[in-house]
Write a protein that binds this ligand. Structure first.
Ligand code: ADP
Ligand code: MG
Length: 338
């Protein structure tokens, strides 16, 4: 009675795999009547089982006698009698079809929600500069505007168009990246170039110390222009976060398998609440930020099968860490002891 009332399919077989028990739920799930499987190989009802049966839990596809496709979760183990002797096999199984469908629906819904959020953010990023463009042009239409103001208004209009173009270019870099073009390069040389550019950048008008805590070379197989972009995006954020007298220090470490590059700054810091969101496209706390710098950096590091993470103690410092694998994946597979 207990076995018959179980909501799960249950069967047992002898040592040769011939069916001994096949409960009601098993009939219901497989669409096969007990009489047709008793004493027969259990594969008659569950064709995916291959004798000798594997222990443990797995998921399988099943076509029922009625031609319906089902996903089955099944757990198999060896059956012992009271003396401890092996007498056969026992399996329990469930119909996971509905569950799988729900799971797929959920995934689809999440995907649409993410796309919706992204679209709303893009629209917002486009509407802001459009509004100032419109304002400038409406004012320009009026004849009474003095020549000096006309220039300013036109400058604003041009600047906003530039901003729009910039947002869209960045967004395309994020959403439709070029394929990786890996080369063997000295990553320290790339870092040096970026830090030089940062020192001379217009964002760096404050009194900022840029410290290099690396020496020698760090040879990796990466796409140099993409990795340069990562360094630049992290560097510019640090510079933007630092007010007068702050410090950005860049260091690197390597072990047998990975290289780590750290950007640490003594700027404004990131509170714990924002830390979860900084890698999302369009997340920004800056008035003229696009919120794409870190999203792009994250994506590039991921393309290199590396990892990008951030930690911050506001008031003390903020660190972005890039981890890059040192050997080509293929090479790693060929030389697993690396
Ligand atoms: P943007 O720079 O356009 O705002 P990013 O994707 O580069 O976009 O950065 C997203 C947000 O992450 C920034 O607006 C800022 O709030 C935060 N952030 C990134 N880097 C730092 C940093 N080094 N210090 C403090 N906050 C940072
Ligand atoms: Mg940025």
């Amino acid at each position: 009675k207990v076995i018959e009332s179980l909501p799960s399919g249950l069967f047992t077989t002898d040592l040769q795999g011939n069916t001994v028990i096949f409960n009601r739920a098993a009939e219901k799930i497989t669409g096969i009547r007990r009489e047709d499987v008793m004493g027969q190989k259990i594969e008659t009802a569950l064709p995916f089982l291959i004798f000798p049966f594997k222990d443990g839990r797995h998921e399988e596809e099943l076509y029922t006698a009625q031609g319906e496709r089902k996903t089955i979760g099944i757990t198999l183990s060896v059956l012992f009698d009271i003396t401890g002797a092996k007498t056969g096999f026992i399996g329990t199984f469930q119909d996971l079809t509905e569950l799988k469908k729900l799971e797929a629906d959920m995934k689809q819904k999440e995907k649409w929600a993410a796309i919706g959020e992204l679209s709303a953010n893009i629209a917002h990023e486009i509407r802001n500069p459009l509004a100032s463009l419109r304002g400038s042009i409406e004012m320009l239409r009026e004849d009474k505007i003095p020549v000096k103001h006309r220039r300013t208004l036109m400058d604003i209009a041009l600047q906003e168009m530039g901003r729009l173009n910039h947002t869209i270019t960045d967004f395309l870099t994020y959403s439709n990246p070029k394929p990786l073009d890996k080369q063997t390069v000295d990553v320290h040389a790339l870092l040096n170039e970026t830090l030089e550019l940062l020192k001379n950048s217009e964002q760096n008008n404050a009194d900022i110390t840029i410290e290099k805590n690396f020496s020698g070379s760090l040879i990796l197989e990466v796409d140099p222009s993409k990795i340069r972009q990562v360094f630049w995006n992290l560097g510019i954020n640090a510079v933007e976060a630092i007010s007068n007298g702050g410090r950005l220090s860049v260091s690197s470490r390597e072990d047998l398998t990975h290289a780590r590059i750290l950007f640490t700054d003594t700027g404004s810091g990131i509170n714990a609440h924002d830390l979860d969101k900084i890698f999302y496209p369009f997340f920004t706390t800056k008035e003229h930020g696009t919120g794409l710098g870190l999203a792009i950096a994250y994506r590039i590091v991921e393309e290199h099968t590396g990892r990008l993470s951030a930690r911050s103690t506001p008031g003390i410092n903020t660190t972005f860490e890039i981890i890059l694998p040192k050997h080509h994946e293929r090479e790693q597979r060929e030389n697993p002891h690396y």
